[in-house]
Design a protein around this ligand. Structure first.
Ligand SMILES: NC(=O)c1ccc[n+]([C@@H]2O[C@H](COP(=O)([O-])OP(=O)(O)OC[C@H]3O[C@@H](n4cnc5c(N)ncnc54)[C@H](O)[C@@H]3O)[C@@H](O)[C@H]2O)c1
Length: 244
């Protein structure tokens, strides 16, 4: 079912987004790869093309509203309505309330939450016109619990879960599934390398192991799973909690 269909994945250059993008391309999807790291995107696009895929790398700073709009417009112009949008990019600046600046706050909130809004709004009508689609936001334990020194990341992830719940309700009428996903295992990514304890690094896994849940989510519409937080496990399974 995914063969030949389009996906938009943000934060595609590294970490979990790289793994999701490769998994979608391996399943025959045409993937728009969005990230600020254009150098790494070109490498990923070359890998996908070598394997017979048809990717579209788009370098974009998702903290900037205009750039984000132009990037998603370019993806839509090239591929048409995506079967799935995965907003996976995020930035975690660990600073206390005494240290964090307004600029830090805006950067994190814009990448996590503002970009989620702009991207979702851009694909919403094309998905309606296409008869349905699936939107996935990467959440985190930080989407439902409090963590110290996550002054912007913590509310950003809470916000993305709120947007998910609202759009999942509205999406029912239009056959659009909207869900959040979290890593259900410690993953070996650049973000984790910066923030994990040594104990967690002892048992982190390749994020590629978590991708079956994202293939499942790409196939969803409102008749399937929507309004859930899906924890992707490293054995290829997942847990889903209904948040509606
Ligand atoms: N690593 C974990 O243990 C963990 C845990 C819970 C949730 N998550 C979430 O999973 C997702 C992926 O995490 P990860 O560990 O792969 O992160 P990562 O930092 O390793 O990768 C994030 C990607 O986003 C890109 N990015 C950052 N700022 C950007 C910007 N301004 N514009 C465009 N792209 C930008 C980066 O270049 C990078 O390719 C994130 O949403 C994160 O919050 C991760």
């Amino acid at each position: 079912m995914l063969q030949g269909q389009a996906a938009i994945v943000t934060g595609a250059a590294q970490g979990l987004g790289y793994a999701i993008s490769k998994a979608y391309a391996a399943d025959g999807m045409r993937v728009a790869l969005l990230d600020i790291r254009g150098d790494l995107l070109d490498e990923l696009a070359a890998e996908i093309r070598q394997a017979g895929g048809d990717p579209l790398p788009i370098t974009v700073d998702l903290s900037d509203a205009g750039e984000t709009q132009r990037a998603v417009d370019a993806a839509l112009a090239h591929f048409g309505a995506p079967r799935v949008l995965v907003h996976n990019a995020a930035l975690l600046i660990t600073r206390s309330m005494r240290e964090i600046t307004l600029a830090d706050w805006q950067m994190e909130i814009n990448i996590i939450l503002q970009a989620a809004f702009i991207l979702s709004k851009a694909v919403w009508q094309p998905m309606i016109d296409a008869g349905g689609g699936s939107i996935v936001y990467l959440s985190s334990g930080s989407g439902y619990r409090g963590f110290i020194e996550e002054v912007a990341y913590n509310p950003g992830k809470h916000g993305i879960e709120g947007l998910m719940k609202c759009l999942a309700l509205e999406g029912k009428e239009f056959n659009i599934a909207v869900n959040c996903a979290t890593p259900g295992a410690p993953i070996n990514t650049p973000m984790s390398a910066q923030n994990y304890t040594e104990a967690l690094k002892q048992r982190w896994v390749d994020p590629a192991l978590l991708t079956p849940a994202f293939l499942f989510l790409a196939r969803q519409d409102a008749a399937g799973l929507t309004g859930h937080r899906v924890a992707a496990r490293s054995d290829g399974s997942w847990d889903a909690i209904n948040l509606l």
